[in-house]
Design a protein around this ligand. Structure first.
Ligand SMILES: Nc1ncnc2c1ncn2[C@@H]1O[C@H](COP(=O)(O)OP(=O)(O)OP(=O)(O)O)[C@@H](O)[C@H]1O
Length: 724
């Protein structure tokens, strides 16, 4: 028995760690240590049950989470173990496909297409069809493609060597684009993120022996953030756990923030019905926040109806009340925030990196950044431009990919970068020949490089370089190969001439990350495997090691914690987002409330909510978020002038926007606290009474005064009404 894996766990965490057999659901509230429970359970299964890591699948929602979990597992059970199955859904699918995609007539070196690659394919199709984005933007078209792929049956058509794709003249344009897209994808053996799941799904459905192999292999399955699983992910996990029936799912329905892109929290909520033998363990002790912050979170999330009831508690020390700052305008708001930040640094010796500024939509970073720059406060934006989607990184990756797969996308990216005089006309020539002769663009160039058309180009040098490393790459490490390729192709020189220091820094950071990766896996890193892994990492940004304030959207902040949190730009219409409300009505209102809950529960010591008056981007007047008033008013300290008239306007604004405030508290103006049903009150004329009913819509209390037969309707904003 290895005791250290249970050290420092509370009773319920220990129960979660040691309950290894059967179906188990852990409802883990914010900051309750679910990462700790998951990692220690993994270590417990390895150390105390003697199970090999290759038999344990641990699925996380993001790459960041899987990296963190691997690190923690290694620190518990040593670095020698293979933690390859601690991975995301997509990472797991890549693993399955590398082993078994040959059943679908695809090579194991299939390439993974990120959004940029998908757009490159669309660009080509638009060019060929002579249409522009006036027909439909790439983003919209990609959405259509994604919704077409909701049904994985298309995989059977795409992978059938005998199937023909109809792209004839007379067919409907959208369908034609779709078919051309699938065809081009197939030509490069490219799988986008949806395909990864769908191909795996079809592989399991159509090839019983493959499913059987993985079912037998995976004795234990753990899934983190289960509330954010989509239907396909849910089905996949159910399929996989069907033989050994050891499935452990962890989640928090209150933190579901991805319903808008397919998350289905009901699978978690109804997990016990799907698996009647399921045990449920609730982790309700919060280790992260002060009781004041936790109370604010609890008080808000209570307004949601779709949830598993749980009240989080904490034994942490008391701290400061949460502050709501109301500014007269945007500059006012950010000025207050920067003053507060300086104060935290000076008076509480806070480091800048202890401070996070969160916001609902990324455009809000503009006014925040301006304020920080004005005050000379260093900051870093997280999750902005994705590191691996930057041009220089994509170029470098394309050189590597060309060596392995010689695919058209990589070819187009680098054949003329740096300039080799292979411009539009020559590319057109290559494309036409390739189509006619059913060759890749690279092979076409190889075939026709001697043609007079290429006389004044550097086509031959380019081919010689790629051919050389096609022969030699297996003898080099990935980092060596990349270094040589970029040097000899002239790409390094091209970047230096371009002179953008950021790009140069990014590229050296990229080298650094490959070297670190090579060292971390401790065995030889294969180029094709690396390329598949790295493409999945498109959502992980470069870590910034400077001491700087962290700026990010609430979505990016999910799963993170910071000592001091500012939630800025908390204007109604932004949070809750009016666009989401228009699209998904009440469901969106609950999701937006959960988003606010996620933001609040990121804070350890102090939490500040700020917003300001003025005009929104659309030119309409800004009002404070309705969520601010849904929080029990005595839990929040309000700073700044929220005048009665303005306050009444905001209430009317929210009422006019169809979606009402939560059904508990009535928003009341500064210094007054909420009156619930049963509250004793005093009226200057009617005397003492008791609140019997509340009409939220009309902002009216119905009060039974002593000696009166019926209740009196008293306006919630009436200043004369006092608590007794
Ligand atoms: N038993 C424990 N004793 C002391 N600290 C703990 C314990 N369990 C967890 N913690 C600490 O509590 C904090 C929150 O844990 P963790 O990040 O795992 O929470 P979480 O459940 O993933 O939160 P969220 O869902 O809100 O992101 C961490 O700082 C962690 O180290």
């Amino acid at each position: 028995m290895t005791e250290y894996v249970l050290e420092g766990l509370n009773e319920k965490q220990e129960l979660a760690v040691t309950t290894t057999e059967g179906y188990i659901r852990v409802v883990a509230g914010a900051g309750s240590g679910k990462t700790k429970a998951l990692t220690n359970r993994y270590a417990y299964i390895v150390e105390n049950l003697g199970i090999d890591p290759s038999n344990i699948l641990c699925v996380t929602f993001t790459n960041k989470a899987s990296t963190e979990m691997k690190k923690r597992v290694r620190s518990l059970i040593g670095s020698g173990c293979d933690t390859g199955l601690i991975t995301t859904y997509h990472g797991f699918c890549v693993r399955v496909l590398r082993e078994d995609i040959f059943h679908l007539h695809y090579p194991k070196q299939f390439i993974i297409l990120d959004e940029e690659d998908q757009k490159t394919i669309l660009r080509e199709i638009y060019e060929e069809l002579g249409i522009t984005i006036r027909y439909n933007s790439f983003n919209n078209m990609l959405k259509k493609i994604a919704s077409y792929k909701m049904d994985p049956a298309y995989v059977r058509v795409v992978t059938n060597p005998n199937s023909k794709f109809n792209t004839s003249e007379e067919m409907e344009l959208e369908k034609k684009i779709m078919n051309m897209y699938l065809l081009k994808q197939k030509k490069v053996f490219g799988l986008d993120f949806d395909d990864l799941i769908n191909f795996t799904f079809i592989l399991f459905e159509d090839f019983g022996q493959v499913l059987d192999k993985w079912q037998t292999r995976l004795h234990y399955i753990q899934v983190d953030e289960f509330q954010d699983s989509s239907l396909r992910q849910f089905k996949l996990i159910n399929m996989l756990s069907d033989t050994n029936e050891n499935l452990f799912v962890v989640g928090d329905p209150d933190q579901t923030i991805y319903e808008w892109r397919g998350a289905r929290p009901e699978y978690f909520v109804n997990f016990d019905k799907a698996h009647p033998t399921c045990q449920t363990i609730v982790l309700d002790q919060n280790y992260r926040s002060t009781p004041e912050i936790l109370d604010v979170g609890n008080s808000l999330i209570k307004k949601n109806s779709l949830r598993i009831e749980k009240d989080m508690f904490t034994h942490n020390q008391k701290g400061l009340k949460v502050i709501h700052y109301h500014g007269k305008h945007e500059e006012d708001e950010i000025k207050w925030v920067t003053e507060k930040i300086n104060q935290l640094i000076e008076e509480k010796q806070a480091k800048k990196s202890d401070i996070a500024i969160l916001y609902r939509a990324s455009f809000l970073s503009r006014f925040i950044e301006q304020g920080l720059i004005r005050e000379n406060i260093d900051y870093t934006i997280y999750g902005g431009m994705k590191f691996f989607q930057r041009k220089e990184i994509k170029d470098a990756l394309a050189y590597l990919r060309l060596i392995i797969s010689g695919d058209d996308l990589s070819f187009l990216r680098v054949v003329n970068t740096p300039k080799r005089n292979i411009g539009k006309k020559r590319i057109q020539f290559i494309k036409e020949k390739a189509d006619r002769e059913n060759l890749t663009y690279y092979d076409t160039l190889k075939k026709y490089a001697g043609d007079s058309l290429f006389n004044s180009t550097k086509a031959l040098e380019f081919l010689a370089l790629i051919e050389k490393y096609k022969r030699e790459y297996a003898k080099l490490t990935v980092s060596e190969l990349l270094q040589k390729l970029l040097l000899e192709s002239g790409y390094d020189q091209y970047l230096r001439e371009d002179g953008d220091q950021n790009r140069i820094d990014n590229l050296s950071e990229f080298f650094h990350s490959i070297v670190t990766y090579e060292q971390s896996i401790g065995e030889e890193l294969l180029l094709d495997e690396y390329l598949q892994q790295i493409t999945l990492f498109t959502d992980s940004d470069k870590e910034d090691k400077r001491d700087s304030v962290k700026l990010m959207t609430i979505h990016t902040a999910k799963g993170l914690e910071f000592k001091y949190v500012f939630l800025c730009g908390m204007t109604d219409g932004i949070l809750p987002s009016s666009r989401s409300l228009e699209e998904r009505k009440v469901a969106a209102l609950e999701e937006e409330r959960r988003l606010t809950y996620v933001a609040i529960t990121r804070a350890e010591k102090e939490m500040y909510i700020t917003e300001s008056e003025g005009l929104s981007r659309r030119g309409s007047k800004k009002y404070p978020s309705r969520f601010i008033f849904e929080i029990k008013q005595n839990l929040v300290n309000r700073i700044g002038m929220l005048e009665e008239e303005f306050y009444q306007e905001s209430v009317r604004f929210v009422e006019g926007s169809n979606f009402m405030l939560g059904t508990g508290d009535i928003p009341l103006k500064e210094s007054e606290s909420t009156m619930d049903i049963g509250t004793k009150v005093k009226h200057p004329v009617f005397g003492e009474g008791i609140v019997k009913e509340i009409d939220v819509k009309k902002n009216t209390y119905y009060i039974q005064f002593a000696g009166m037969k019926t209740t009196k309707p008293i306006n919630g904003a009436f200043k004369g009404l006092k608590r007794v």
